[in-house]
Design a protein around this ligand. Structure first.
Ligand SMILES: Cc1cc2nc3c(=O)[nH]c(=O)nc-3n(C[C@H](O)[C@H](O)[C@H](O)COP(=O)(O)OP(=O)(O)OC[C@H]3O[C@@H](n4cnc5c(N)ncnc54)[C@H](O)[C@@H]3O)c2cc1C
Length: 412
C-alpha cells in the first residue's frame, strides 16, 4: 500500500504527487483517464497571477438578464441548469458583495503571488523550464469605455500589487500586428505569463512523477470507504477495493460526490468551458490575448493556436454543446483577420468552481488521514504547485506557511 493515494491526476493531483515524492513518500495517483479528461488539459494556458477578482462582484446582477437570454454571451446557463444549480447560483451572487469580494481577492492573491516562483522551482526540478513562457498577456477591448467599465476590478488588482498598463490601438498593434476588427485598445497585464501548452505540461509532469517512482492506476473511483475517523479504502468501478493509508482528494469538479462519502457537503459546481484548437492558424500572435468583449482567450501554444473560454452552467457531465466552441471560433476570426479555424479540435471540460471562487485546501473535517484540494475555478492551472506544497504539508502533518482559513471546506 502506498503512503499516499491521490484521487485525480489533473494539475493539482500530479503536482501534489511530485511534492510528496520529494518528501520521500510513496504515492499512487488514481485517475479514470488522465490526459484529456479534466480542465488541466483544455484550459487557456495562462499563468494568471492577477486573476484575483471573482466573477461575482458588485454590478453582476444587472448583467444576468443578458446572460440568460443571449446564447452568444460569455456566460450561458442552460435552462435545466437554472433549476438544478439554483442553490449554488444564490451563494455565488451572495459572494459578490463588495466587502466579501475584497476578502476573496486578498485570499486569492495570497496564493497567486507564489505561483511564478513555485512553477519556476517545479519546472527546474522536472527539467521543463521552457514550458513557462514569459510572454506578458494582453487584454483587448472594443472601446476604452469597455475597459473603464470595470474600474472596480482594475483598482482592486492594482491595490493588490498586480500592475497593468493601458495600450492605445497603435501601441497594441505594434505589439500584436495580427489583431484587427473591432479591437480599439488593450491593457498589458504585467507578470501574467503563459504555459507552452497545458496538456503537454501535465503530460510531462506525469512522466516525471512516474520516472521518480510514482505509481499510476487507471480506474474510476466510485466510493471512498471510511471507518471511524479514517478513510480506509477506495472502491473502483471495476469492483477493485484499494486500501489507503492517507488520501488526497484532487478530483477537480468531480470531487463533490466523493466528498459526500466523507460526510461533507460541498457547494462545488462544474462551470463548463470550451476550446477550439487550431494546429495551423495561418497568423501569428506573440502572447495570449484575452478578448474581454468576447469572453475568450487566444493563446499561441506549442501545438497551435487555442481559442478557449466561455462559461456554461449545465451540471457536471452534460453533453457538449459545441455551438459554444463554434461561436468563439467565429468571433476569433473577427479579431484576428486571416485566422484559419479549419481543422480545429474542439473540447469541453469543467472548471471546478466554489460559489466564492476560492479553492478548498483543507483537511477533511471528520477524517484525519484525508486532505481536500479542489475547487480552483478559473486559476487551477496557475495554482498547481502552490496548492501542491500546501496539500503535501497537510498530508505529512507540517504546518503550512499560509493561513488556510479562507480555503476551509466548511466555510459555507
Ligand atoms: C476553458 C477553460 C480555461 C481555463 N483557463 C485557465 C487558465 O488560463 N489558467 C488557469 O490557471 N486556469 C485555467 N482554467 C482552470 C483550470 O483549468 C482548472 O482550475 C484546473 O485545471 C483544475 O485542475 P484539477 O486538477 O483540480 O482538475 P482537473 O484538471 O479537472 O482534473 C481532475 C482529474 O480527476 C479525475 N477524476 C475525477 N473524478 C474521478 C474519479 N471518480 N475517479 C478517478 N478519477 C477521477 C479526472 O479524470 C481528471 O483527470 C481554465 C479552465 C477552463 C475549463
Amino acid at each position: 500500500m502506498s503512503d499516499v493515494t491521490i484521487v485525480g491526476g489533473g494539475i493539482i493531483g500530479v503536482c501534489t504527487g511530485i511534492a510528496l515524492l520529494g518528501e520521500g513518500l510513496s504515492v499512487e495517483l488514481v485517475d479514470r483517464g488522465i490526459l484529456t479528461a479534466g480542465a488541466s488539459y483544455g484550459n487557456c494556458g495562462l499563468l494568471a497571477v492577477g486573476e484575483v477578482v471573482p466573477i461575482s462582484k458588485p454590478g453582476i446582477l444587472s448583467k444576468i438578464p443578458k446572460w440568460l437570454l443571449d446564447p452568444e454571451s460569455p456566460l450561458f446557463v442552460r435552462p435545466r441548469g437554472i433549476l438544478t444549480q439554483m442553490p449554488w447560483l444564490l451563494r455565488f451572487l451572495w459572494s459578490g458583495r463588495r466587502g466579501r469580494v475584497l476578502e476573496i481577492a486578498d485570499a486569492l492573491a495570497s496564493l497567486t503571488r507564489r505561483a511564478e516562483d513555485d512553477y519556476q522551482q517545479l519546472f527546474e526540478k522536472t527539467g521543463i523550464i521552457n514550458n513557462l513562457v514569459r510572454a506578458q498577456n494582453i487584454m483587448a477591448f472594443n472601446s476604452k469605455a469597455d475597459y473603464e467599465d470595470d474600474q472596480f476590478s482594475w483598482n482592486l488588482r492594482q491595490r493588490l500589487g498586480f500592475k497593468h498598463q493601458f495600450l492605445s490601438k497603435e501601441e497594441l498593434l505594434s505589439l500584436e500586428p495580427a489583431l484587427g476588427g473591432p479591437i480599439k485598445c488593450g491593457v498589458l497585464l504585467e507578470e501574467w505569463f503563459q504555459f507552452s501548452d497545458p496538456g503537454l505540461v501535465q503530460q510531462r509532469l506525469t512522466q516525471f512523477f512516474v520516472a521518480q517512482g510514482g505509481q499510476i492506476r487507471t480506474g474510476s473511483v466510485e466510493r471512498i470507504e471510511a471507518h471511524g475517523n479514517k478513510a480506509v479504502a477506495i472502491h473502483l468501478g471495476n469492483g477493485e477495493k484499494i486500501p489507503v493509508q492517507r488520501l488526497a482528494l484532487c478530483a477537480g469538479a468531480w470531487s463533490r460526490k466523493l466528498a459526500r462519502d466523507l460526510s461533507v457537503r460541498v457547494p462545488l459546481a462544474a462551470l463548463q468551458g470550451y476550446h477550439h484548437h487550431v494546429p495551423n492558424p495561418g497568423v501569428k500572435l506573440n502572447r495570449p490575448i484575452l478578448y474581454a468583449n468576447g469572453g475568450f482567450v487566444l493563446t499561441p501554444m506549442e501545438s497551435g493556436l487555442r481559442i478557449a473560454g466561455t462559461i456554461e452552467i449545465a451540471g457536471i457531465d452534460p453533453h457538449p454543446d459545441y455551438r459554444r466552441a463554434n461561436i468563439i471560433a467565429r468571433k476569433a476570426t473577427q479579431v484576428l483577420p486571416g485566422l484559419d479555424i479549419s481543422g480545429g479540435k474542439q473540447w469541453m471540460g469543467p472548471r471546478p468552481f466554489m460559489p466564492d471562487t476560492l479553492p478548498v485546501i483543507d483537511r477533511a473535517p471528520h477524517h484525519d488521514n484525508v486532505v481536500f484540494a479542489f475547487g480552483h475555478g478559473q486559476i487551477g492551472m496557475t495554482l498547481g504547485p502552490t496548492t501542491a506544497k500546501i496539500a503535501s504539508d497537510l498530508l505529512i502533518g507540517r504546518s503550512p506557511e499560509l493561513d488556510l482559513s479562507p480555503y476551509r471546506v466548511t466555510r459555507f
